[in-house]
Design a protein around this ligand. Structure first.
Ligand SMILES: [Zn+2]
Length: 353
């Protein structure tokens, strides 16, 4: 008897391109959203994007409420929930980098309300995915939220973001290679839920990005185009899988642990990139694809060493030996690396010297 079923939630509109920030009102209209929106933004994105979008809404006879968040925290999520209730908002629009969008996503999940994602930096795949997380004291508060109703990614706005945010987004995509290796391993050893479509899409996304690495240059709007399309496609892979597995393996565990041990030292994407070099080595050994991953990161100007991350060697080794335990996700790290093994992989790959 055939009893399988699947439920894939995807954004209904994905609008990418030059100047598309002017189309947010049209997108809302296309989705038949009624009532008052609450904009969730942070200080710089407010000036660059939220204020002009608010003017477009006012011209269309809609008066948006606006809440500005300063930090990615659980309190910020609560502030947004309160602001939404006070404004009697009908839906949320997250306008900003990863922070504002993650907070909008988590608040909309709690409020059981739709939200739109308007990224102003192509810094990680959270701008479209169905996963949200913010630091909560010593741990992370994560939810399996719904993906945005729509994503509006303006390449002109994205290309004006600080360059390292774009290279972080690229590195997050390149790490899909090792995320998929970990997923296949977990499928073989632990029989976890696995989708060949999602795995193939995720790998292909990383490949297209690497093939277009020479378009990824500061000041080139094409960079924003290549990276944001890759982030969308990676987000779609996660939606198909209904899991972050296609884009998050041991390299993400390593990065989450660095977030705890050295808060705010480096960007998420840069940390997972360095993690990915080492976990690729663990999967394939000396002749594996770790050099290709390192070279791809190098070619787009993303860090490939602990020193370039601004994190000391001891912290990298501590993260490597402890990160397997932070969540129940089987990866190449198995039940953990010992110190000698961690030192070996970090040294052989040149992450530490
Ligand atoms: Zn990531």
């Amino acid at each position: 008897m055939f009893e399988k079923s699947t439920w894939i939630r995807l954004p209904r509109n994905v609008v990418v391109g030059h100047g598309v920030i002017d189309r947010v009102v049209d997108v809302v209209d296309d989705l038949h959203l009624q009532g008052r929106p609450l904009f969730v933004t942070s200080p710089t994105p407010k000036d660059v994007a939220a204020d002009p979008i608010a003017a477009d809404f006012e011209a269309a006879g809609i008066d948006p409420a606006v809440v500005t968040v300063e930090t990615a925290s659980f309190e910020a999520v609560e502030d947004v929930i309160e602001a939404a209730e006070a404004a009697e908002a009908a839906y949320l629009i997250g306008i900003g980098g990863g922070k504002a969008i993650d907070i909008a996503k988590m608040a909309s999940h709690h409020l059981e309300m739709g939200f739109l994602s308007v990224p102003t930096a192509a810094s990680h795949d959270g701008v479209i995915s169905n996963r949200g997380s913010v630091p909560d004291g010593d741990t992370r508060h994560s939810v399996a939220a719904k993906p945005p109703l729509a994503v509006v990614a303006d390449t002109e706005v994205l290309s004006q973001a600080p360059w390292e945010l774009t290279t972080a987004g690229c590195a997050d995509i390149i790490s899909n290679y090792t995320a998929v290796m970990d997923w296949r391993l977990a499928k073989r050893l632990k029989d976890v839920e696995y989708s060949e479509y999602a795995a193939a899409l995720s790998e292909m996304t990383a490949e297209i990005l690497v093939d277009n690495a020479d378009l990824i240059r500061p000041g080139l709007e094409e960079s924003a185009w290549v990276v944001s399309k890759a982030l969308m496609s990676s987000g779609v892979a996660m939606s198909i899988a209904d899991s972050s597995r296609p884009a998050s393996g041991a390299e993400h565990l390593f990065s989450h642990q660095l977030d705890r041990l050295a808060p705010d030292a480096a960007l998420h994407g840069h940390q997972v990139g360095v993690g990915s070099i080492m976990t690729a080595y663990l999967h394939g050994g000396e002749d594996g694809i770790w050099r290709d991953i390192r070279d791809a990161l190098n070619s787009i100007d993303a860090p490939t060493t602990a020193a370039e991350l601004g994190i000391d060697d001891e912290t990298v080794l501590e993260a490597l030996t402890t990160c397997h335990a932070i969540r129940d996700r089987y990866t190449i790290l198995g039940d953990g690396m010992n110190e000698r093994a961690a030192l070996e992989v970090a040294t052989k790959t040149g992450v530490i010297d």
